[in-house]
Each structure stands twice: as structure tokens, then as C-alpha cells.
Design a binder for this molecule. Structure first.
Ligand SMILES: [Fe+2]
Length: 232
């Protein structure tokens, strides 16, 4: 099964899809690109919102999307609710299971776009508590934010790491080579489009998979898809 593990397709919910029509078009692209399951990982910022409020709001957006799908008669991939949970202190104190991908204990965690600081201890505490299975969102995007040493230290943490398909496609020569090494050595484990719309941040799984397979990483791609399937 092919899974898009990270996207912002719920309509009018975050900085992703701007309408139900756009969401349907994005889902059509997912289907065309051979995706069987889409995890709807809308942004959750605990600093700004209570979990309960987020969950109610998300359910309303999901109901709207389901109605639009039914009305259109389209054949879309399996849809599962999730969240891209931005790391913040409060999370350490809270039960994070309601934010996991529906029916699982898998939590997509977005680390801070800031130099490593005390937040790393909070991340470690969440991992050590072991009530959820943490996946770090688009880990490769932090290469510019953290020192090389911090990046390597965080890569050693015993959690799964997701990468964005756009990085596979658009990274420059040296960055791409670095990313391919992580793929080759299986230090990154899951692919997600992080699609937000139809233009600048589109559904582009097909192109990324073609590139990876072209470079000889078909086995790693299959493994990444399998991992995503098993934990979602
Ligand atoms: Fe995202």
C-alpha cells in the first residue's frame, strides 16, 4: 500500500487547502499518483488552541470533505485523520493520544524551527514516556536550522523520521546528495508530500518516487511505504 503520510488537504482548516474543491483536486492527484491512503495531518499549535477545540474543528472540516467526496462521486484514497503537532512545552504534560493518527498511537511531531534548546529535553520526555509512537516531521528541513552536531544527535533519537517529497525533487546538488545518503542508509523512514495546495506545494509523491527509484532506491521506497502503512 502507498501512503502519503503528511499533507494539509482538509478544507479551510490551516494554511493548506482553501476550499472543498481544492481538496478534491488534491485527492484526485493523490489517486493518480498511486496513493492508497492519505493521512490528513493538519497543523496543531498547542500554544494557540486547546486539544479539544482543535479536535472538534478538525472533525467539522473532515465532515465537510466527506460530504464533498460523496457528492462528487469520486474514487479517492482511504482518508485518515491525523495532526502535525508543533512541539511546545505544554505537550510534555498532556495526554497526546487523541492527536495520534486515527486508531493508532502514532504522533507526527514537528520540531521547532529554532536552535536546539531546552525543548529537546521535553521531546526526550515525550519519547521516554512511551505512550505514543513519535514520528519527526520533515526532518531534513532542519539541516539549516540546527548545527551539524545537533542534527546528528537528534537523528540518533529512537523514533521514525519522515522526509518531504519536495526535498527529494527540489533540493540542490549537495543537499540532495546528503538526503540520498540518509535514504540509502535507511536513517529516514517515511515519505510525505506535505502538500498544501495545487501550485507551490502540490501533491508530488509520484515524481519523488520516480527520482528515488531512478537512483536505485526502490527497496528503500517500498520499505518506507510499508512502514507508513503499518503505523497508520
Ligand atoms: Fe506540514
Amino acid at each position: 500500500m502507498n501512503v502519503d503520510f503528511h499533507c494539509h488537504i482538509l478544507p479551510c482548516f490551516d494554511d493548506g487547502s482553501e476550499s472543498a474543491e481544492m481538496s478534491l483536486e488534491m485527492l484526485a492527484r493523490e489517486k493518480e499518483q498511486g496513493i492508497d491512503r492519505v493521512i490528513l495531518t493538519s497543523h496543531f499549535y498547542r500554544r494557540h488552541e486547546e486539544q479539544s477545540h482543535f479536535l472538534k474543528r478538525r472533525q467539522r472540516a473532515f465532515d465537510e470533505l466527506r460530504r464533498a467526496v460523496e457528492k462528487s462521486g469520486m474514487d479517492v484514497p482511504e482518508l485518515k485523520l491525523g495532526a502535525e503537532v508543533a512541539m511546545t512545552r505544554q505537550l510534555r504534560m498532556e495526554d497526546l493520544r487523541p492527536l495520534c493518527i486515527q486508531g493508532t498511537q502514532t504522533l507526527l511531531l514537528e520540531l521547532p524551527f529554532a536552535p536546539v534548546g531546552p525543548w529537546l529535553n521535553d521531546v526526550r520526555a515525550i519519547i521516554d514516556k512511551n505512550t505514543v509512537r513519535v514520528v519527526f516531521a520533515h526532518i531534513e528541513r532542519f539541516r539549516d536550522v540546527w548545527s551539524k552536531r545537533d542534527f546528528e544527535e537528534i537523528m540518533e533519537l529512537p523514533v521514525l523520521k519522515q522526509i518531504n517529497t519536495t526535498s527529494v525533487i527540489s533540493d540542490g546538488f549537495f543537499r540532495k546528495r546528503q538526503l540520498m545518503k540518509l535514504v540509502e542508509e535507511e536513517k529516514v523512514h517515511i515519505l510525505g508530500t506535505d502538500a498544501h495546495n495545487l501550485t507551490k506545494r502540490p501533491v508530488n509523491m509520484g515524481k519523488a518516487v520516480d527520482i528515488l527509484v531512478g537512483k536505485g532506491y526502490e527497496r528503500q521506497v517500498r520499505k518506507m511505504m510499508k512502514t507508513a502503512e503499518l503505523i497508520s
